[in-house]
Design a binder for this molecule. Structure first.
Ligand code: 5AD
Ligand code: SF4
Length: 471
């Protein structure tokens, strides 16, 4: 580790450690007389899913090959902490790993992601799961090979956690889940501090990637067979504000739109407070930007929205939606809603129901409020009783189901372009794909069409998906 040949600058330093890690893996391969395997499991959002592709890229470069289960030589959990139940799942899974490790003492266990950026879970893992080998966070995934080398050299729990960073390391290996579509980070972190949300504490301050780096990455992806990109950021609408030469998200989209060979562009997540007219205009005039906008509402009550530090009110949200619909009448709108935020009254909840009815969301992700320590909302001791939350949650869910299936039926009988994504898990004569509006379609077709955009007639709407046939 004190080698004077270790490069100081990134990513050269990591390529050096990839070579060092390879030596340890080669040694173990020889000792065991077989290949070494890895298993990565991802909890949480698309951001974590993309981070796991980077993790897989590094592991495969080092010489590990994929395994189908935790019975592997390297097991990593990429964790989420946005709600309490995400944390509990990880503890359960970790518990089961200790017996696998007893049978394979050379096994390495690593945990990373949002949950590790919090003191409580970190201490719990240090105390109760001492068989874990490597712990790192959301800011230093790029150093995985360096941490693996340290773990082989130090033979004790290696913990490398950064509270924040302004570092963005480009050009490390990535192993994509799908050959034809990919997430692309355009920014990291969040500056919004919505009162209930742990994300700004575990993912740090907002920083954008340079547009040149993003464009170059997408061009490389397209050359490698990618037809659809999903641009990722906690609040893509504030992209570019922190760059030396600031540029807007709409401007970035225009540049991405011009990339030859790219067929579809998606992005998430949009904060309503920062959604510009310029963006609506760029979306409306692009054939590649998908006809879908995920616009988290969180609550329909202006009082609660203020408490939540969302910087818009009920009327503002509705006005924004009508502006979007005017420019793009067929756009599919989806949202996130929290039920049972501290002090939520029946009247507040009815306001949420009212917005849901007025907007007519094509889908909505509904969450029961979960107290995250360290956030402002966690200081409140005015909690809504569980039975009332349950009642509101069920009512909301039923309404969303009713509205979304009503909307889905409108496309029945039409022929739409579908990106064929995979063989259907239950019936291997069917392929599963997505419309531009993000709806799922199952249709009979040969798997040679996977990765292609094909016309499909939507025969039957089943609420959250369609049954179709190749047109
Ligand atoms: N409790 C419940 N839901 C939450 N979300 C974020 N934090 C919490 C919390 N503490 C939801 C928000 C966000 C989505 C990703 O998760 O709706 O948009
Ligand atoms: Fe959390 Fe709000 Fe940032 Fe979204 S915008 S990650 S809800 S703080």
């Amino acid at each position: 580790m004190n080698d004077i040949n270790i490069p100081v600058s990134e990513p050269d330093r990591q390529f050096y450690f990839i070579e060092q890690a390879k030596k340890y893996i080669d040694f173990l391969k020889e000792k065991k007389g077989r290949a070494l395997t890895y298993f990565v499991d991802t909890f949480g959002c698309q951001m974590n899913a993309r981070d796991s592709e980077k993790i897989r890229g590094i592991l495969e470069k080092i010489g590990y090959i994929p395994a189908n289960s935790e019975d592997a030589d390297f097991v990593l959990y990429n964790t989420c902490t946005v709600r309490e139940n995400a944390n509990n799942k990880v503890y359960g899974r970790l518990g089961a790993l200790s017996s696998i490790k007893k049978k394979n003492p050379d096994m390495k266990i690593a945990i990373c992601g949002c949950m590790m950026q919090e003191e409580g879970p970190l201490n719990k893992i240090k105390q109760s799961y001492s068989f874990v080998d490597i712990i790192f966070g959301t800011h230093n995934i790029f150093m995985l090979s360096e941490l693996i080398v340290r773990s082989f050299e130090e033979e004790r729990m290696v913990i490398e956690l950064w509270e924040n960073t302004d570092k963005i390391v480009e050009n490390l290996p990535v192993k994509r889940k799908y050959p034809f579509k990919s997430g692309v980070n355009i920014m990291f972190g969040c500056n919004n501090f919505c009162s209930y949300c742990i994300v700004p504490y575990v993912r740090g301050r907002e920083r954008s990637r340079r547009s040149e780096d993003i464009i170059a990455e997408i061009k490389d992806l397209v050359n490698d067979g990618v037809v659809e990109v999903m641009l990722l950021g906690q609040n893509v609408n504030s992209y570019g504000k922190t760059l030396d030469t600031p540029i807007s998200f709409a401007n970035l989209l225009k540049q991405i739109d011009a990339i030859e060979g790219l067929k579809r562009i998606r992005f998430m997540t949009s904060h309503p407070k920062d959604l510009s007219d310029e963006l609506i205009d760029v979306m409306a005039n692009s054939d590649k930007i998908c006809s879908h906008l995920h616009l988290p509402l969180q609550s329909g009550s202006s009082r609660l929205l203020k408490e939540m530090n969302r910087h818009y009110d009920k009327e503002g949200y509705l006005e924004l939606v009508s502006k979007i619909k005017k420019a793009m009448p067929d756009i599919s709108l989806t949202t996130d809603i929290i039920v049972g935020y501290p002090t939520e009254t029946q009247k507040d909840f009815e306001e949420t129901m009212d917005v849901v009815k007025k907007v007519g969301f094509d889908n909505a992700f509904t969450f029961i409020y979960s107290k995250r320590s360290g956030t402002k909302a966690a200081l409140s001791d005015s909690f809504v009783p569980e039975d009332i939350i349950k009642e509101r949650f069920d009512r909301l869910l039923n309404e969303i189901k009713r509205i979304s299936s009503e909307k889905a039926i409108k496309l029945q009988g039409l022929t739409k372009d579908v990106l064929a994504e995979q063989v259907n898990a239950k019936d291997n004569t069917l392929l599963t794909g997505r419309l531009s509006n993000n709806s799922v379609v199952h249709f009979k077709a040969d798997k040679s069409l996977i990765g292609k955009i094909v016309p499909v007639k939507l025969i039957d709407s089943k609420g959250f998906y369609y049954i179709g046939e190749l047109a």
